[in-house]
Write a protein that binds this ligand. Structure first.
Ligand code: SF4
Length: 712
């Protein structure tokens, strides 16, 4: 194929971080290819990376700043409320007018109610540089730590479980190890849909003789590759994992040497397992005790075994305990700090790892330095030249609930869509309608944008420079292949302009100023502040990404972590108890609803619903087991109404035994059948993550229905 130029960059969808070539003809992406000699994907791409990037050319891209027509200069805004449409309720504005307005209102709210009355979302889709500057502006100028992002809603349970046991939340091992595994557990991850290129490596491992222990309620594709498949009842992960640990301890299959050298709390933990027999777990989880024993022996008797998990583990009101149970298992067998082993939460979004690394969380500065640690506070105050707020901020869902109480008055959202990603959406929308200021900065007018006072148009991944960090801690370049449409600008440039205005209004001056000319300067600032990135220069990233920690320019980077012990010093065994999901089926709502992804779409669908992929998967489809379909009754192709205590949606039926009896599965990509209208906003007490996998619902046949999709 003839194209004008080819630009290598990083895929904007999932955390695998595939390297892609955007082949450009007449300023449009003609095709996407991949080089066979480059990590992490070595020429492989999934359907999203190969065909889904045409969203950047969609006619609905935001091209100019927009201000609500009813806003009058110098007057307070009305509350946030849903617009009829962009055309009817917004007017185009210049950048100067829009940013002056935003800066005026943010500064006024900070003066009236304090910085903690502002809530902000940074973005797992934006670059490291975008996110670093965003949180720096929020902390240094607005004076609050109320900054969070979608990691709260996907892997917060994993982060909390890993932090309390070993003191680090990053994926410990690498993609390159996956095709050479000995034994591995996959739990709560439909890897072939969510991380397709990683799934290829895992399948390759099985073809080479590796043993896969799959733990999942759904008959996902990996079930065909599993040596043992433990099909637990939804929400009973802790019971199964504790019973596996029981067997390993009872049969003395653990690694006594590793436990003595690297852990603490073993005796108390081992004693706590006495009651968690496989027979007890069978009663709770429906997994036969004999299978649990077999899986435990296979895991413990391996040369080395890895654990991979996804949102099925973490998106639970017991997400922290689920992840903790996995760490306990791995520590028991001494599989931490070894090639082909380790603890591997597969990160969802393209830069969810980097967004967290850059301090896009309410409790930590860049590099996970705690905001309430006086030494760290002083370090960043010195670096940035301003006083900082030592109080950890609110998490995503807490900010939404704070808006309902009037404690959060203003919200600035960069590249996220809380009006579709929050649980119990009806309530979330009600909360956010109480905001005095809502600013959305994005590439499309998503659902949240329609509630905003001001909308700022951002450049997409294909139109800006920077870096993303993939799930295996690999920092990789993002390169501009196209010009942004209209007046759209890179997030880092918008934030810098806004920060200068805030400095003037709030009488602050941050170091080293906001006159960055290129994201490279921002990254060099990150490298100066966080030693684990010091050796990762833009020059080194020219050819291939580098896995941090990487302390100097001669350091090759780190393929796997914890060879010399875990950051906490000693890994801590945590005794656990089993708690059932908050909401379980009953006679009125007799099914369990689980939510997740399909192969062809990505998260809220903002991008893939505007790509050619939407032609393959244009409608919300709910998967229902044949036994349940006969009870409802319904057949493939019919419409059903799915109702929970909080709301209802209509979806088309696919009858399949992928869903276990009693559980229906609805993807969360379709705003016209938003799964989060059904989910509940109870939170894990430690991680503050909601449960997107266990909602009690009723399912009934529905009449003819036409979904309303508003692509603005
Ligand atoms: Fe992109 Fe992930 Fe697919 Fe790779 S596996 S092409 S990173 S969506």
């Amino acid at each position: 194929m003839n194209f004008d130029r080819s630009v290598r960059t990083t895929c904007p969808f999932c955390g695998v971080g595939c390297q892609i070539n955007l082949n450009i003809k007449d300023d449009r992406i003609l095709s996407v290819t991949a080089d066979f000699d480059l990590a992490p994907n070595y020429g492989q791409l999934c359907v999203k990376g190969r065909f889904g990037t045409d969203f950047v050319h969609h006619p609905t891209r935001l091209k100019t700043p927009l201000i609500r027509k009813d806003i009058e200069p110098g007057k307070p805004f009305g509350k946030a409320r849903r617009a009829r449409s962009l055309a009817e309720d917004y007017r185009p504005a210049s950048w100067d007018e829009a940013l002056d307005l935003v800066a005026d209102r943010l500064a006024a709210i900070v003066r009236e109610s304090g910085g903690d009355s502002i809530g902000t979302y940074c973005s797992a889709k934006a670059t490291n540089e975008d996110n670093y500057l965003f949180q720096k502006m929020v902390r240094g100028l607005l004076g609050t730590n109320n900054v969070d992002h979608c990691a709260r809603l996907c892997h917060a349970g994993s982060v909390a479980g890993l932090m309390r046991t070993i003191g680090s939340a990053a994926m410990s091992n690498s993609i390159q190890e996956m095709s050479h595994l000995d034994t591995f557990i996959v739990i709560g991850s439909n890897t072939t849909y969510a991380h397709p290129v990683i799934a290829l490596s895992l399948k390759k491992a099985v073809a080479r003789g590796a043993r896969l222990i799959l733990i999942d309620p759904r008959r996902i594709e990996l079930a065909e590759f599993a040596t043992i498949w433990l099909q637990q009842r939804p929400g009973t992960d802790v019971a199964v994992l504790q019973a596996m640990a029981h067997v390993i301890v009872a049969e003395k299959l653990y690694d006594a040497d590793y436990i003595v050298r690297h852990t603490e709390g073993f005796d108390e933990y081992a004693a706590s397992l006495a009651e968690f027999t496989p027979e007890w777990a069978e009663r709770i989880s429906d997994v036969p005790a004999a299978k649990i024993r077999r899986a435990a022996r296979m895991f413990a008797n391996a040369n080395v075994a890895a654990i991979y998990w996804g949102m099925g583990v973490s998106q639970s009101t017991h997400g922290t305990d689920n992840a903790t149970a996995l760490v306990n298992l791995s520590m028991l067998c001494g599989y931490i700090g070894k090639y082909g082993g380790g603890l591997n939460p597969l990160r969802g979004q393209n830069n969810v790892q980097g967004c967290s690394d850059m301090g896009g969380l309410p409790n930590v500065y860049p590099g996970y330095r705690p905001v309430n640690d006086a030494e760290m506070q002083a370090y960043f105050e010195e670096a940035w030249g301003v006083k900082l707020n030592p109080r950890p901020g609110l998490t995503a869902v807490e900010m939404v609930h704070g808006a309902e109480r009037g404690e959060i008055r203003g919200m600035f959202v960069m590249g996220e869509d809380p009006m579709s990603s929050e649980p119990h959406l009806k309530h979330a929308r009600h909360c956010l309608e109480n905001l005095d200021l809502l600013v959305i900065q994005d590439i499309f007018a998503n659902e949240s944008a329609l509630y905003a006072h001001v909308i700022l148009p951002a450049a997409s991944f294909a139109e800006k420079a920077g870096t993303f960090t993939n799930t295996e801690r690999r920092v990789q370049r993002v390169r501009p292949a196209l010009s942004p449409p209209g007046q759209a600008r890179p997030d880092w440039a918008i934030i810098s302009d806004l920060a200068r205005r805030l400095e003037a209004r709030l009488g602050k001056r941050m170091k080293p100023g906001w006159d960055y000319e290129h994201p490279r300067e921002v990254w060099d600032e990150v490298r100066r502040l966080a030693p684990e990135f010091r050796g990762v220069t833009y020059e080194r990233l020219e050819k291939e990404g580098v896995q941090y920690p990487c302390y100097d320019e001669d350091d090759p980077g780190t393929v796997y972590l914890f060879e010399d012990g875990v950051p906490r010093g000693r890994g801590k065994f945590w005794p656990l108890t089993f708690k059932p999901p908050v909401e379980t089926p009953d006679p009125t709502y007799p099914f369990n609803l689980s939510t997740g992804r399909v192969l062809y779409h990505w998260h809220g669908g903002t991008m893939t619903r505007r790509s050619v992929l939407n032609e393959i998967a244009p409608e919300p489809v709910v998967e229902i087991n044949p036994v349940d379909a006969a009870r409802i009754p319904t057949r493939t192709g019919d419409l059903v109404r799915i109702a929970s205590r909080r709301g209802e949606v209509v979806a088309r039926v696919k009858v399949t035994d992928r869903s276990p009896i009693g559980t229906v599965f609805l993807p969360f990509h379709y705003i016209e059948a938003a799964a989060n209208l059904l989910t509940l906003d109870e939170l894990d007490p430690t991680a503050k993550i909601p449960d997107y996998k266990n909602t009690a619902v009723a399912v009934a046949p529905a009449e003819e229905h036409h979904w309303r999709v508003e692509l603005q």
